[in-house]
Design a protein around this ligand. Structure first.
Ligand code: DGT
Ligand code: CA
Ligand code: CA
Length: 574
């Protein structure tokens, strides 16, 4: 049990006591203990071992013994007992903001409301206003909040590749230079998380009412969930929720920082502020003694006031970034501009839609110095994989184009299937003719862990192989990652000097941030490729870069930041 798990059980206990209308002091005691445990610096298990649980503020003898019970058994007796007497359905209602346990209990006992749909129905039928102490206004607020909660519960998470373009489309629609001067995307999208719950926007405006009106009246809004004075919330086409906060110039940085999150990052930051006698909120930093509020116009300013170096959004996950920022040791992360070429690109020869030349020109216009055309191998039938004969023609064609094109070098490559037994789809003699050999698993994806791991290891041990493409094979909404022993695969990749890919295709993002970090920490080199099947898809590189930045990756750790001369030397290409 970690600190927050222990705290959660105590919070739940307090909540259940509230349902029952128990003694308020008892309830407060549980909440206070829970809060202090949540904000504790030390691991509660260590305090337990040192017999120092009593030193936690708000933990008296009674609660101390309960905490011990929780650490030992994962729960405690009084908690289990009271849990049995409360219908668990009511809890769903308390997830609605504004409905506390006491209200939920009344709604349950008086109206038989036991879930969100029942609650919405009761409000729509005006039954809530008849309960003493509730009134029309409360009923209205409950209806709004309940609808919003229901929408949230029904919402799945969205791939970043869906959410980000929508967020950009909305921002373009809304910025008019008059009422809304600027919009920033915040939340998990700004942190480049691979899947996101919703779209969070921060708009800079001196006229919040007008800005909110524009927001709820924009195109493609399916439902308005909330219209406040300086915040709003809608369901946009595609069933994605969009939250907006409107802020005036002076506190823009504070607001943006707060709603960029993550929650974990913000909690740690708030603790740090407290230690400096400051209270941190979305409105800025407040001096706890003088009560004076200091809004920050930029995030940088706010971090500086906390004694921290600026922290890039991608790092804000409480994975050591605050500690690094205190010491001024935030690394210089890789950027899109560091990329000098793409080592995984398709053409019309297999399943791409553009010719080799078109792909090369598009890459050149992005400032790339090289691309590797890595069309599919013979077994990829659906992808029109190249037979041996066609592969040889492919190599020849690339040679010819290279003689006639300036400003970019086309490397001849393959994306060679790793067959189900681990053999490669082309003979070694053919692989040897290519500049770049990318390998990947495409068929027989349901193998068990032992087989799949061995299959990939076999491929990595081949001396002609350079890069393992999309190592886990996951595709959002389509395919889970393969069963595979990633530790073993990474050990072998390092031993044989093989490169692992961060595939930037938004439906893949593979390696993901965690695995990319794992590779980085083991000193394995990475390639950030787009796997482009059309000229437009080169633009997907930003997703791969976002993922790499979340993995704390520096330019020197990525092979395709090398310039043409360096990369030819690295791969021994003449
Ligand atoms: P998502 O939408 O699930 O992909 O993740 P986020 O990180 O975008 O979360 P969201 O949309 O619920 O809230 C946006 C940011 O607002 C979040 O990253 C941090 C801040 N925030 C929201 N709720 C809390 C909270 O309870 N405490 C703190 N400290 N910050 C919060
Ligand atoms: Ca969000
Ligand atoms: Ca949100």
């Amino acid at each position: 049990m970690n600190n927050s798990e222990v705290a959660n059980i105590l919070y739940e206990m307090a909540e259940m006591l509230e349902f029952k209308g128990e003694n308020v002091f008892k309830i407060k005691a549980y909440k206070k203990a829970a809060k202090n445990i949540e904000e504790l610096e030390e691991d509660i298990n260590i305090l337990r071992k040192k017999d120092e649980l009593g030193t936690i503020p708000g933990v008296g003898k009674a609660i101390e013994s309960k905490i011990k019970e929780i650490i030992d058994t994962g729960t405690f007796k009084a908690y289990e007992e009271i849990k049995r007497t409360i219908p668990q359905e009511i809890k769903k209602i308390t997830s609605v903001p504004g409905i506390g346990p006491k209200t939920a209990y009344i709604l349950y006992t008086e109206l038989g409301v036991k879930d969100l749909k029942g609650l919405i129905k009761a409000a729509e039928e005006h039954r809530i206003r008849r309960i003493s102490g509730m009134g029309v206004k409360t009923e209205k607020n409950i209806l709004i909040a309940a609808k919003r909660q229901l929408a949230e519960d029904n919402m799945e998470r969205f791939p970043l590749g869906i959410a980000l373009p929508l967020a950009e489309e909305i921002s373009r629609q809304l910025v008019d230079g008059i009422y809304i001067k600027e919009i920033h995307i915040a939340g998990s999208i700004r942190r480049w998380k691979d899947s996101v719950g919703d779209i969070d926007l921060i708009a800079r405006s001196q006229e919040p009412h007008k800005a909110i009106d524009a927001f709820i009246n924009m195109n493609n809004v399916q439902q308005v969930l909330e219209k406040g004075n300086c915040k709003g919330s809608v369901i946009y086409k595609g069933n994605i929720q969009v939250d907006i906060r409107i802020v005036k110039d002076d506190a823009f940085g504070s607001m943006l920082q707060h709603f960029t999150g993550s929650k974990e990052h913000n909690i740690k930051l708030r603790k740090l502020a407290l230690a400096k006698g400051l209270h941190l909120s979305e409105y800025g930093l407040k001096n706890s003694v003088t009560g004076k509020q200091k809004p920050c116009a930029t995030e940088k300013e706010q971090y500086e006031l906390l004694g921290l170096e600026f922290i890039p959004p991608e790092l804000r996950e409480d994975r050591g970034e605050i500690e690094a920022a205190i010491e001024g040791k935030i690394p210089k992360l890789i950027e899109v501009n560091d990329i000098k070429g793409d080592l995984h690109v398709h053409s019309k020869w297999t399943d791409g839609i553009n010719t080799i030349e078109e792909m090369a020109y598009a890459a050149r216009s992005l400032g790339y110095e090289y691309i590797a055309i890595t069309d599919h191998s013979v077994s990829s039938r659906i992808a029109n994989g190249l037979s041996e004969k066609r592969l040889l023609e492919h190599i020849e064609e690339i040679e010819k184009i290279n003689q006639n094109i300036e400003g970019i070098r086309i490397l001849s490559g393959t994306e060679c299937d790793i067959l189900s037994n681990g053999e490669l789809d082309y003979r070694d003699e053919l692989l040897e003719l290519l500049d770049i050999v990318v390998v990947g698993v495409h068929g027989s994806v349901d193998q068990d862990k032992t087989k799949m791991t061995q299959r990939i290891l076999n491929a990595l041990e081949n001396e002609h192989v350079h890069i393992l493409a999309h190592p886990t094979g996951r595709k959002f909404g389509k395919r889970l990652p393969f069963e595979m022993d990633m530790e073993k695969i990474m050990d072998t990749a390092r031993e044989y000097g093989k490169i692992l890919e961060i595939n930037s295709a938004p439906q893949r993002l593979d390696l993901n941030d965690n695995y990319a970090k794992m590779a980085r920490e083991r000193g394995i080199k990475l390639a950030i490729n787009t796997d482009a099947h059309s000229t437009e898809q080169f633009n997907n590189i930003r997703y791969g870069i976002g993922t790499a930045r979340r993995a704390w990756i520096r330019p020197s750790e990525v092979i395709n930041t090398l310039n043409l001369k360096e990369i030819c030397k690295f791969f021994d290409i003449s």
